[in-house]
Design a protein around this ligand. Structure first.
Ligand SMILES: Cc1ncc(COP(=O)(O)O)c(C=O)c1O
Length: 442
């Protein structure tokens, strides 16, 4: 059983200087643990406890914490004297652009920012400029960042959301104060896997863009049903809106070309973050030349402003290049390995669920998985919220953390396996899931 006195001391001190003591609202969870080191599949806290990590800092650590190949690339550019110049271009950013255009089928040209939120913000602005329209469609249960267009309707309680609407749209439920009401009217929220509602909204409003994660990975693993992404493509062409895939979580984790390359559907714009640089801060917006060229439109009144002091910082850019190089090595060995480990995890979990007679399913895409305590894999947030036993999910996560297995302690959050996880890590994890569920259900 882990105890956290040193963590508590650090947090209490930080609270004196930082509101709440943490720098992201999403990091304020129980138990309050202060991590001090990460290597490979493991993280350590201030009290010396070690954990097998499945949180992966909300997804970036595809190769594992402090991957030696990426770390060496980063220290090399610093050793060689690379700095941030803030004028003109660099060889590094050209190389990263080339790699991304080469390996992501929907990307003809790319730009670089620092975070997923910056990238989704720019993609939406670009879509509005190019279409001359203001309205936007987002998914109930999707997460696309913290800015005004998308800080809404993630895990909305059903008593606030109301009954399932299809075809129809849900009211805007902000997850931040400070979003002007007039702005909220431009954003339309529909169920994932629900083409009828997209059509319904398109018939009522001039839609500039629809933004969606191709798999909803901020509420576990909610997959698109067969034909859904193709249907979005068709509706985008029919109604003339820009289809934006937010691959901040799915991109690079599932394939170099993003989940879109697995699904065989091309969005107009795509954004990446997280796993693209294995933990270093960089994001990508890419897509068709005809859209991306709005960033350099010859008419200044039409040009979409893209700027940022830290865009394509050499440290993050070198990390992204190294990550992609690593993903390309040995004919995709990383993807083969994490798929194998993911499959082992899924089989093991399903055996435990069956053995304990639990009403539960394992949803998985490659290295990302989630246990839902319900009798089917959810098709959207409404389905999930109505059927999933969130209390049991929460208890399981608390129990696992106390035993040194870090499943992020918020129900439905996805677990991410990295290339650094070993067979033994998976076996220990399965044993601890068995023990934890056994003691909860006893
Ligand atoms: C799908 C998706 N889009 C966008 C974001 C925002 O990215 P960032 O936190 O880097 O701003 C996230 C972050 O979790 C995400 O999961």
């Amino acid at each position: 059983m882990h105890l956290y006195p040193a963590s508590a001391e650090i947090l209490n001190r930080n609270r004196k200087f930082i509101p709440g003591g943490v720098v992201s609202v999403n990091r304020a969870v129980q138990p309050e643990i202060v991590f001090v080191k990460g290597r490979g599949a493991h993280v350590w806290d201030a009290d010396g406890n070690r954990y097998i990590d499945y949180h992966a800092a909300f997804g970036p650590h595809l190769l594992g914490h402090n991957d030696p190949y990426v770390t060496e690339a980063v220290t090399r550019v610093l050793r060689e004297g690379a700095s941030l110049y803030g004028s003109g271009t660099t060889v590094l950013e050209g190389r990263l652009g080339e790699l991304i255009c080469e390996h992501v089928p929907s990307v003809e040209s790319a730009q670089f920012l620092n975070s997923g939120s910056e990238a989704t913000c720019q993609a939406i602005r670009l879509a509005r400029a190019a279409t001359g329209r203001d309205h936007l469609i987002v998914m109930q249960g999707g997460y696309n960042g913290w800015h005004n267009d998308v800080a809404c309707n993630l895990t909305t309680p059903l008593d606030q959301l109301g009954p399932r609407l299809c075809p129809g749209e849900y009211p805007f439920h902000p997850i931040s104060s400070g979003i002007p009401v007039d702005h909220q009217r431009l954003v339309h929220i529909v169920n994932f896997n629900d083409l009828a509602s997209v059509q319904y909204v398109c018939e009522k409003y001039p839609i500039a863009a629809l933004i969606t994660e191709p798999i909803l990975q901020n509420i576990g693993i909610v997959k698109p049903e067969p034909g859904y992404l193709e249907g979005l493509r068709r509706l985008a062409d029919q109604f003339g809106f820009v289809l934006i895939f937010d691959e901040v979580k799915t991109g690079f984790r599932h394939a170099l070309g993003g989940y879109a390359s697995i699904a065989g559907v091309k969005p107009d714009l795509v954004v990446f973050g997280k796993a693209v640089a294995n933990g270093f801060p960089i994001s990508v917006i890419g897509g068709k030349w005809e859209l991306m060229n709005w960033f350099v439109h010859p008419d200044p009144s039409k040009r979409v402003m893209l700027a940022g002091t830290y865009n394509a910082h050499p440290v993050s850019t070198a990390a992204a290049i190294a990550t992609i190089e690593r993903l390309l090595m040995n004919d995709g060995e990383v993807y083969r390995r994490i798929e194998y480990l993911g499959d082992q995890m899924q089989q093991g979990l399903e055996k435990i669920i069956g053995g304990q007679g639990l009403k539960a399913v394992v949803a998985r895409q490659g290295s990302a998985f989630c246990i839902y305590f319900m009798d089917h894999c959810p098709k959207d947030w409404h389905d999930l919220a109505a059927n999933h036993d969130a209390a049991l999910d929460g208890k399981m996560r608390q129990g696992l953390i106390a035993k040194g297995v870090y499943f992020f302690p918020v129900p439905t959050k996805q677990c991410s396996i990295s290339f650094a996880h070993s067979q033994e890590d998976i076996e220990v994890t399965l044993q601890q899931v068995q023990n934890t569920l056994g003691s909860i259900l006893r």
